[in-house]
Design a protein around this ligand. Structure first.
Ligand SMILES: O=P(O)(O)OC[C@@H](O)[C@@H](O)c1c[nH]c2ccccc12
Length: 255
């Protein structure tokens, strides 16, 4: 699945004119500072559909983002991949106008032009998927920093953890979902999180995918800096309440 999505994205992105010169003097909120606040931070995702779930919800991106902000999310992830996730660059731009929180551009970054573009659209950070970028991860990380962006470097096995650490990632996301088979294993994040710490990783750790109950979220407190949640929130219909219900047991604002 990952190969198919990346190939299509690369064909599309490389066929368009790609000269973005973002205004780096325009301030953006810090993604890492939001994640580093006390307790477990929530990154809430605007997600309409996915290859594993099919249609999730028909969302008005800025309206949902505002509700996420009111519910206490500390950052917002906006999917901008059009075919498999029904996102768009326009969603990111619209969400930037609607909220004050830092935004993560969630896409399959496979071409250098997507990085300055993310910054021009108002992102504070980009997702870099090690399973897609392999040894190029370090170069993309460097390019992100040059464009005034932070990067959430996503891994889902030991080999990818090695690549992320070698690349100098300071924010590592551990995806419970294997993007090739689309299978979810909820042991992946805690297991690799512990491994990262045992290898002296001192940056920020984000647990990703499959979180849908307060108990699951609570189990991350003290081990992770943040959790990334999409489907559970997007489906809820009352986005603000859904955040309050999901995060209440984690006591995330008081710790
Ligand atoms: O909807 P969920 O299971 O809460 O997952 C959110 C997020 O982790 C997931 O959307 C995701 C994680 N990594 C990705 C990479 C590409 C696309 C999507 C993703």
């Amino acid at each position: 699945m990952l190969g198919e999505i990346c190939r299509r994205r690369l064909a599309e992105v490389s066929a368009r004119p790609y000269h973005f010169s973002p205004d780096l003097s325009r301030p953006i909120p810090s993604f890492s500072q939001a994640l580093a606040l006390p307790g477990l931070s929530l990154i809430a995702e605007v997600k309409r559909k996915s290859p594993s779930q099919g249609d999730i919800a028909a969302l008005d991106a800025p309206a949902v983002a505002r509700a996420y902000e009111q519910g206490g999310a500390r950052a917002i992830s906006v999917l901008t991949e059009p075919h498999y996730f029904a996102g768009s660059e326009e969603d990111l731009r619209a969400v930037r106008q609607a909220v004050g929180l830092p935004l993560l551009r969630k896409d399959f970054i496979v071409h250098p032009s997507q990085i300055p573009e993310a910054r021009a659209l108002g992102a504070s950070a980009v997702l870099l998927i090690v399973a897609a970028l392999g040894e190029l991860t370090g170069a993309y990380l460097e390019l992100s920093r040059k464009n005034g962006l932070e990067a959430l470097v996503e891994i889902h096995d030991e080999r990818e953890l090695d690549i992320a650490l070698e690349a100098g990632a300071s924010i590592v996301g551990i995806n419970n979902r294997d993007l090739v088979s689309l299978k979810v294993n909820m042991d992946t994040a805690p297991r690799l999180g512990e491994l990262a710490r045992s290898r002296s990783f001192e940056g920020l750790l984000v647990a990703e995918s499959g979180y849908s109950t307060p108990e699951e979220v609570r189990s991350l407190v003290g081990r992770f800096d943040a959790v990334l949640v999409g489907t559970r929130l997007a489906r809820s219909g009352n986005w603000q309440k859904a955040i309050e219900a999901l995060m209440a047991a984690a006591d995330y604002r008081r710790i």
